[in-house]
Design a protein around this ligand. Structure first.
Ligand code: ADP
Length: 484
């Protein structure tokens, strides 16, 4: 069992209308620990009935929650934020045991997740409207913002805490109520968040959490006319399916979908800084992030030097269970993930790539993948067009800036891109030419609560975090006062 300071944070029930409950069918799904494959616990396998009840609870709670003052909502969010910080160690341990990431990264995610709650507690008070000069003297026009209504929040397993707070905090700040469907692979981080929200004093029904397999819950959330907004983070395939399912009831949508991030290193880059950034961008969470560098494009003249420096760092990375000290690469989430990553490596090797970081021996178990640097990557390989979602850094060689930009943009995805140069002219040119929602110049990280996060093309719709994050949960009302 988990060795928690507060064992009550490990909850194995769904949260509907302020009640911790099983599924009405009595069904459960099991959750395992990816480091060992061992059984971790069960959660209710909620079906349509449970999801419908959660939506009804959220709709009822919306009637009063929307009338609370922004200051009151900010106060409750602040308390929730503080409780995350007070319980960081336990929340991190729960996360590592269900998700696999090293404990230090899990702690980092709790702080990152909490930062969204803090940010939106502050933003809650700044949901300003405006007045517009009217075209006739007997009219006034006021524009105000109102909460959308019940928001459905569907989240993935790679950031089991922060993907929820990044959606839930702005929803609550705006005056919306929510039904959360966390990934069935990582439900316990979500349920612990729900418990802490309850302890913070957020009223029953404002946050509901339905656990279990996605199909029935997804169908209920996307078809209910009471759900006015769906915010989803996950694969493009599921995002596009949800979009189609939401069409009949014309819901507002925020979609954070797949990426295929280029990471371009020019000859005039600070190579050591680029290597450090590549380590952060490519290997954080074992490469299981939607913004992680998927294709490293390296200019001809520095290709071999960069490859050598990166490989030296990667060879030294400890792989193992995330609860052990100093681990940098934990287990992958499941066997299917390992299968896809291995298939990408094999495909690349068959097409002429070279593995310059061979490693003897990995920890026991079927979830570990050696962090790998591949040289000689080409656009014919699967890893050029598909997200590998693992600790594999394929190095593509290019000669000119135009060629790098063309390769970088030749993807239907447009989430994050990174590039490294010390040349100011090139910095502007390339930054403006990259067709991505987020561009990092001389940095490997673009995720933070203060900046808009989101993609273009098939990477999604809308932006989370930053000054515009709350807009996703607000409707604009134009109030015309006539005949004055
Ligand atoms: P990933 O590839 O990151 O696992 P998915 O898109 O499969 O991403 O999953 C992201 C989230 O979407 C998870 O919570 C998952 O349960 C949910 N999900 C998967 N399929 C559906 C569906 N048909 N309807 C609603 N939610 C779904």
């Amino acid at each position: 069992m988990l060795n928690l300071k507060d064992p009550s944070l490990f909850v194995q029930q769904a949260l509907i209308d302020g009640n911790w409950t099983g599924a009405s069918s009595g069904a459960t799904v099991t959750v395992d620990n990816p480091a060992t494959g061992d059984f971790l616990g069960t959660v209710p396998d909620c079906g349509k009935d449970d999801s419908d009840r959660a939506i009804a609870a959220a709709a009822a709670a919306f009637k009063t929650w929307r009338l609370t003052t922004a200051a009151e909502r900010a106060r409750l969010l602040d308390r929730w934020h503080d409780l995350l910080l007070e319980n960081t160690d336990d929340l991190a341990l729960i996360m590592t045991c269900e998700q696999g990431k090293p404990l230090a990264e899990a702690r980092g995610e709790i702080l990152y997740g909490a930062s969204f709650i803090k940010w939106f507690a502050e933003e809650a008070r700044r949901s300003y409207g405006m007045t517009i000069p009217a075209p006739t003297v007997d009219r006034r026009i006021l524009v105000s913002k109102e909460p959308v209504g019940v928001a459905a929040i569907i989240t993935p397993w790679n950031f089991p805490n922060a993907m929820i707070t990044r959606k839930c905090a702005p929803a609550l700040a705006a005056g919306c109520t929510v039904v959360i469907k966390p990934s069935e692979l990582t439900p316990y981080s979500a349920l612990a968040l729900g418990l802490l929200a309850e302890r913070a004093g957020i009223p029953p029904g404002v946050i509901n959490i339905v656990t279990g397999l996605p199909k029935a819950i997804g169908a209920s959330l996307t078809s209910s006319p009471d759900v006015r907004k769906v915010s989803f983070t996950g694969s493009t395939a599921v995002g596009s399916l949800l979009m189609a399912q939401c069409a009949a009831t014309v819901k507002r949508l925020s979609l954070e979908l797949g990426g295929n991030a280029p990471f371009i290193v020019f000859e005039d880059a600070d190579l050591d800084a680029a290597v450090e950034a590549a380590i952060v961008s490519k290997f954080r969470n074992g490469g299981q992030t939607c913004v992680c560098a998927n294709r490293l494009l390296v200019q001809d003249g520095i290709y071999d030097t960069f490859a050598g420096k990166l490989a030296a760092r990667v060879r030294a990375m400890p792989v193992g269970s995330g609860v052990d000290d100093d681990i940098q690469i934990g287990p992958m989430i499941n066997v299917a993930a390992v299968g896809k990553i291995s298939a990408h490596i094999e495909d690349a090797l068959a097409l002429g790539a070279a593995n310059i970081t061979p490693r003897d021996g990995l920890p026991a178990g079927d979830r570990y993948v050696a962090p790998t640097v591949l040289t000689g990557a080409t656009t014919a390989m699967r890893l050029a067009s598909e997200e590998t979602f693992g600790p594999v850094a394929p190095l593509f060689r290019f000669k000119t800036e135009a060629e790098a930009i063309a390769i970088a943009n030749s993807t239907p995805y447009g989430l994050a891109a990174y590039f490294f140069t010390e040349n100011l002219h090139r910095a502007w040119r390339v930054g403006e030419a990259l067709e991505f929602g987020m561009v990092g110049l001389n940095t490997g990280s673009v995720s933070m609560e203060v900046a808009p996060f989101g993609g273009i093309k098939q990477s999604g719709l809308g932006r989370e975090g930053g000054p515009s994050g709350m807009e996703e949960y607000l409707e604009i009302k134009a109030f015309h006062l006539g005949g004055l």
